[in-house]
Design a binder for this molecule. Structure first.
Ligand code: PEP
Ligand code: MN
Length: 365
């Protein structure tokens, strides 16, 4: 995905806002909400679900295509661009026939490569922006795969939507953000805009500001916020929606961060600190290299004297020693434990290679 465009979405580095109801419910609700949003944010994109993927049957599953004229009217009255979720080729056809400006692929669709491919194929030759939400479970490759399927079908106006990930255990969030996956996506595709759907991460409006600020702190390109003229009576996701007024309060409370230290008075100091960080990283690598040389030497001796590679007592001692040191130095014990596990795994891999020339059953890279 080396020819992604972003100017269709981002103007002058401004944050993008996608706001609108979880579900379009009636003509009046769509219009009132859109007018409320446009009064504060005339450049926002109006979102609305018209076919709703619900976890259990019998819940409100959206009003369907009858909402398309309501959205067209809202667009005419407010000038807002309109986006809906499409999960079938029929949805896409209807969206295209009814002047929908942008579409998004929901989390439950991104998990299904057959379906995503069908949707992408149906867009060949069509110039419409597509947003791809992350799959429900934290599978970065599947998220990237979804984006790639549209890119290969000729869609270059692409963006990702981060809506958090399902967690089996109750975490307080409706969907756990797992920001590290967003880091990984961003470092792989710096040109790909990422919008944070704070509503589906939060599950409750009370948590929206905190998550929105985290998204801003990571310099994500924008937010999706479910907005409803009367949230408490919403037919879906009532607890997480906000009024247009509350949306404005939320957004104005956020602190925007600068994208870098450039042009700040501390730039020189930062350069010095970064030099020192580079030197520390070099030492870390040298230490790791020495650590692996020592592990390899022991590996040779284990082979010569026919001693098992796994020495659990010794491993326990290494962890215990390092946990004491970590505590003394005020280092996060979980972090140090994870680092040590990685180091130990690599040492075992090296020793197994000496032993069997087979990487402990794992094919050699
Ligand atoms: C939505 O945005 O209305 C929605 C259903 O979200 P998700 O696909 O992220 O669950
Ligand atoms: Mn919703």
């Amino acid at each position: 995905m080396d020819k992604l465009e972003s100017d269709w979405l981002i103007a002058n580095g401004e944050k993008v806002l996608m706001a609108g109801p979880c579900s379009a419910e009636s003509r009046e609700q769509v219009l009132e909400t859109a007018i409320g949003i446009a009064a504060y944010y005339p450049n926002a994109i109006l979102r609305a679900g018209i076919w709703k993927p619900r976890t259990r049957p019998g819940m409100f599953e959206g009003v369907g295509e009858q909402a398309l004229p309501w959205l067209a009217e809202a667009k005419k009255v407010t000038g807002l661009k309109v986006a809906i979720e499409t999960a079938s080729v029929k949805h896409i056809d209807l969206a295209l026939k009814n002047g929908v400006d942008m579409i998004w692929i929901g989390a439950r669709t991104t998990v299904n490569p057959f379906l995503v491919q069908e949707l992408a194929d149906s867009l060949k030759g069509v110039d419409i922006p597509v947003f791809v939400k992350n799959p429900i479970h934290p599978d970065l490759q599947l998220w990237i795969g979804g984006l790639e399927r549209f890119y290969k079908a000729g869609i270059t106006k692409l963006a990702a939507i981060h809506r958090g990930f399902h967690a089996f255990e109750n975490s307080g969030y409706r969907n756990v953000p797992r920001w590290q996956l967003v880091h990984a996506l961003k470092s792989r595709y710096p040109e790909l805009p990422v919008i944070c759907d704070i509503s589906h991460i939060a599950g409750h409006r009370e948590f929206l500001p905190m998550i929105a600020q985290q998204a801003y702190d990571l310099n994500l390109e924008g937010l999706m916020v479910e907005t409803h003229c009367d949230p408490t009576s919403a037919l879906s996701d009532a607890a997480q929606q906000v009024t247009p007024e509350a949306l404005n309060e939320l957004l104005t409370s956020l602190v925007k961060r600068l994208p870098s230290f450039e042009d700040t008075p501390v730039m020189n100091q930062i350069l010095e600190i970064r030099k020192e960080i580079d030197a520390v990283d070099k030492k870390l690598l040298e230490a790791l290299n020495r650590r692996m040389e020592l592990a390899a030497t022991i590996g040779e001796l284990k082979k010569e004297y026919n001693v098992s590679i796994l020495q659990l007592e010794r491993w326990k001692q290494v962890i215990d020693n390092c946990m004491v040191l970590a505590a003394e130095k005020g280092l996060n014990s979980e972090f140090i434990r994870n680092v040590l596990i990685q180091v130990y795994d690599e040492a075992i891999r090296l020793q197994s290679r000496i032993w069997n020339e087979s990487d402990n059953g794992v094919p050699k890279k």
